[in-house]
Ligand binder design. Structure first.
Ligand SMILES: *Cc1c(COP(=O)(O)O)cnc(C)c1O
Length: 357
């Protein structure tokens, strides 16, 4: 049986149709603005998110970095969740490359910072303080969909206080598909989410299944500044249409099918919740988190690996569904977890590896 790789939705292989789209894409030098496929992608994702412009990026990390540095200068700060990707998992890039200070705040179990905490963290204009410039949110966060009401009120608060707003939307397509109203198109929902923000970063390389690539979306002015930062960061790519073609293909063919990933995550959560020894903590969209009893997480990971199932975590395990996992793979994962708790000796220990994304 082939390995069921649930470590992340980044592990997908480009489909044969995606490879074909790649091979037939018209190309040019994107640093000269000459690549028609990159230009088509940028226009497409700008329109889909309701923004004036967009910029193709090699990665979500670079896209967020260029976004933050387009909003903030040296000595400015951005307000961000303590466990948000743009604070915790991007090497401190905004501080390292931009001298932009993060102001991290605690989040609740759904990833929300309290509005009162945001308001209290905004510094007055005083030489003692960094200049608070930007509020940075994330959707989905750890698989949770941010309620629209929260996005609306948090960004309204930011605007009222003169801050700009940025969304790390690495998995915003999952959020859009999961939270579309009955009968509403997911892309309409995407525009609704994006409408709250001055800028957003979206990833094509996660659930959408492209091999590489993200985009930063915002006003012409902001994207102009971000293009300069991207160049400095070494992200000016040449015949990048090879990669943009995959992203365009993903937008055409892989958005609505994210609902399948959500069904698979639910199937996994339901299957695991009947097993003694672990607790399903959350299973919204395509990410399932479980707590494993008595420090058995590392041993469980090793056992799963030996039986063709890959996941991440130590105490809390993470399983992520994506387009290379089907219902049979999910059932194999459930059966293997069940076998571990019924067959493997409780004393078994193994070394696990933790990698959040
Ligand atoms: C994966 C991810 C990123 C970064 O994307 P890379 O392409 O891996 O650099 C940013 N934010 C969130 C929430 C992510 O999950």
């Amino acid at each position: 049986m082939k390995t069921v790789d649930l470590r992340s939705d980044t592990v997908t292989q480009p489909t044969p149709a995606m490879r074909e789209a790649m091979m037939s894409a018209p190309l040019g030098d994107d640093v000269f603005g000459d690549d028609p496929t990159v230009n088509a992608l940028q226009e497409r994702i700008a329109a889909l998110t309701g923004k004036e412009a967009a910029l193709f990026m090699p990665s979500g990390t670079q896209s967020n970095l260029c976004g933050i540095l387009a909003h903030c200068g040296r000595g400015d700060e951005y307000i961000v969740g303590q466990l948000a990707h743009t604070y915790r998992y991007e090497g401190g890039g905004a501080a390292v490359f931009g001298s932009v200070q993060p102001q991290p705040l605690l989040q609740d179990a759904q990833g929300r910072m309290a509005l009162a905490d945001i308001a209290a963290a905004i510094k007055p204009d005083d030489p003692h303080f960094a200049r608070t410039r930007l509020l940075c949110l994330e959707n989905t966060w750890n698989g949770h969909v941010m309620p629209d009401e929260y996005l609306r009120s948090a960004t309204a608060l930011a605007r009222e206080k003169g801050l700009n707003t940025h969304l790390d939307g690495a998995r915003v397509f999952n959020a859009a598909v999961a939270s579309a109203a009955p009968g509403q198109d997911a892309l309409q929902r995407l525009r609704g989410i994006a409408s709250h923000f001055d800028s957003l970063s979206v990833c094509f390389s996660k659930g959408l299944g492209a091999p590489v690539g993200s985009a930063l979306c915002g006003s012409h002015e902001l994207i102009g500044r971000a293009r300069r930062v991207r160049k400095m960061a070494g992200g000016g790519l040449r015949q990048a249409g090879l990669l943009a073609a995959c992203a365009l293909h993903a937008l055409d063919h892989h958005v609505d099918r994210l609902a399948d990933d959500h069904v698979h995550a639910r199937r996994l959560a339901d299957g695991l919740s009947g097993i003694d020894g672990l607790t399903v903590k959350s299973a919204e969209t395509n990410i399932v988190f479980v707590d494993v009893a008595e420090g058995r997480g590392p041993a469980l990971l090793e056992f799963l690996k030996a039986h063709g199932v890959l996941a991440t975590g130590l105490i809390g395990l993470r399983f992520v569904t994506h387009l290379d996992v089907d219902a049979a793979g999910i059932d194999h994962a459930i059966a293997t977890v069940r076998r571990f708790f019924t067959e493997a000796p409780a004393a078994a220990a193994g070394a696990g590896r933790s990698g959040p994304y």
